[in-house]
Design a protein around this ligand. Structure first.
Ligand code: UDP
Length: 557
């Protein structure tokens, strides 16, 4: 059954309440309780009568352990990163609302205890069968598990879900391939199914888009706050983010009052800035409802705050990056397992939202900046916009779909049938033992493909264009789970590509076709199927998607 109160979830986080980061997450959960409750009620009504397995899920917050934990905890009230905490709080809220049985760990000893890792140093296979159907963790957490679980680590690989803000492309995920072909990075190389990585924004369709929720303030009585056309709020809660931005901000200050929410040292803040200091999430959202414009400084990349601003009726003005930022050119992305070219501070806002809500400018060109500010200031009220995928309903629908379909449908449906029959005989002990059996099979493909293959549209990309971009240019998204369907000579022929020769290769750029010699290149390593990556003419499996819910196809449930 869906859950509509967060109290039993807060009982699980209580153990770690001494941590500032955990208290931040708890406040967020409490503030958003009614929002999640409504979403759970709505989903329950929509899925009424559908049997679901209640899964045992471990959430291990690697980011809160050891040195990383000290860093997150000390930064929570001091302008440190909050995006990850926002995402984890919302992931917990969604898993809890869906009625699953959760355990939470935020220290290594607690992780070892729950996994059943024998005490002592060094990696040891766990003593009994893994007592969880799924484990949600992050890059730090997966590393900790690999170091302590010994041989058991790979045995249970299909059960891991790695919450990974910026995404991991297949070429970086496949360890041997990455080492041989220059994709080795500090973080990738876990040889998981690429969809086991769950991202904050729909960066690359190779991963699953987990997301977060942008509608947090839930008031009993809606207070109307009039917009102030003269008010601009700057996105940057740490002084260092403001360094070197004075000219850009000065232009804005000629037309609007510039406000900030910066904590700690204030040496880079121009004198004309009205600084409110760091605020609670609720207070920051109240300020955003008054401001006309939210101003990006170029960093942080791809955080939650711009979506909150746009959902509060602000126009988001941000820097364009030309040339784009990437792991080759920018210190921040160095070592991140992605070849993404980041064309602005917030590519999701640029690509999926755009004008009139989002304006992207060259901040080195002050006349372009000024023209944008004047135009934004004189815009009639811009309606608040919250993409459905960033509402609690949208996130819950998506997580529900992943937990239903990404866990081996065949095993699932067979076991459900069996559970029902055991239930009739009233044997709850047999039921749980059978449930253990079924979870062994998480990687098995189901009898029905998901998304359904009827949603597929095969496309041949232009040379030098990735499948991700080729699909997008046609109003579609690349769907990695359809790759096996286009990895055949027949599929090539249906696209008018006649094979002079056929070659099987392990490469993240195939299936592909070379016009010079009419070679059909077929994939021989399924872990390397990749929407990202441009090479020869690529053969791409695209699908349609729901407006505002790009993770799901139109006929997906
Ligand atoms: N935020 C906050 N107080 C502030 C500034 C921001 O609580 O003074 C919140 C904001 O509402 C958002 C979260 O911090 O939900 C993350 O913001 P950001 O986009 O800055 O991402 P980060 O860089 O922290 O990961």
């Amino acid at each position: 059954a869906m859950r509509r109160s967060v109290s039993s979830l807060l009982a699980l986080t209580e153990r770690y309440r001494a941590m500032d980061a955990v208290r931040f997450m708890e406040r967020r959960l409490q503030q958003a309780e009614r929002t999640w409750s409504t979403a759970a009620h709505e989903l329950a009504a929509r899925t009424n009568g559908t049997s679901r397995a209640r899964m045992k899920i471990l959430v291990h917050l690697g980011l809160l352990t050891g040195d990383s934990g000290r860093w997150f905890n000390s930064g929570t009230g001091q302008g440190g990163p909050l995006g990850e905490l926002v995402q984890w709080a919302d992931a917990l809220a969604a898993l809890h609302a869906l009625g699953h049985s959760l355990s939470i760990t935020a220290t290594l000893p607690d992780l070892h205890r729950l996994l059943g890792v024998p005490p002592g140093n060094g990696a040891c296979p766990i003593e009994k069968a893994l007592p969880f159907d799924l484990i949600f963790t992050d890059y730090l957490g997966i590393e900790q598990m690999s170091k302590s679980m010994g041989l058991s680590f790979r045995e249970y690989a299909c059960r891991y879900r790695v919450v990974d803000t910026f995404g991991t492309e297949p070429a970086f995920n496949h360890e041997a391939y990455a080492t041989k072909n220059g994709f080795k990075s500090e973080w990738g190389h876990w040889n998981l199914q690429p969809q086991q990585y769950m991202t904050m924004f729909p960066h690359t369709p190779d991963n699953s888009f987990l997301g977060f929720v942008s509608e947090v303030v839930s008031e009993k009585k809606k207070v109307t706050i009039p917009k102030d056309d003269h008010m601009a709020m700057v996105y940057g809660k740490k002084d260092e983010m403001w360094k070197g931005k004075e000219q850009y901000l000065k232009v804005i200050s000629r037309h609007m009052a510039v406000h900030g929410t910066v904590g700690g040292s204030l040496t880079s803040l121009p004198k004309f800035v009205h600084n409110h200091g760091l605020l609670s999430q609720r207070d920051i959202q109240l300020l955003l409802r008054r401001a006309k414009m939210f101003v990006g400084l170029g960093f942080p990349y791809e955080g939650p705050a711009p979506l909150e601003a746009i959902a509060s009726g602000c126009v988001f003005l941000m820097p364009r990056f030309d040339p784009p930022h990437s792991s080759h050119s920018t210190a921040f992305f160095k070592g991140k397992p992605t070849s993404r070219l980041v064309t602005s501070q917030h590519p999701y806002a640029e690509r999926f939202i755009g004008r009139p809500h989002v304006w992207t400018v060259d901040v080195g060109n002050l006349s372009e900046v000024e023209a944008a500010v004047i135009a934004i200031k004189s815009l009639p009220a811009v309606e608040p916009l919250l993409p459905y995928e960033f509402t609690a309903q949208g996130m819950l629908e998506r997580v529900y779909a992943y937990l239903t379909h990404q866990v081996g449908l065949l095993a699932h449906s067979l076991v459900l049938a069996h559970l029902v029959s055991l239930n009739h005989r009233g044997s709850s002990r047999d039921m749980s033992s059978y449930h253990r059996l079924f979870v062994k099979d998480f990687c098995s493909p189901g009898p029905q493909r998901w998304p359904p293959s009827s949603a597929m549209q095969a496309v041949a990309s232009e040379g030098g264009v990735s499948c991700q971009d080729a699909c997008w240019a046609r109003g579609l998204v690349c769907e990695p789970s359809f790759f096996p369907l286009v990895n055949t000579q027949d599929a090539f022929a249906r696209l008018g590509l006649r094979c002079g020769a056929v070659e099987r290769r392990a490469s993240h750029l195939v299936p592909a076709f070379t016009h010079n010699g009419s070679h059909c290149l077929l994939q021989e390593e399924t872990l390397l199927f990749s929407c990202a990556g441009a090479g020869e003419t690529r053969v791409c499996p695209c699908r349609d998607f729901r407006r505002g819910q790009v993770a799901l196809c139109r006929d997906c449930s």
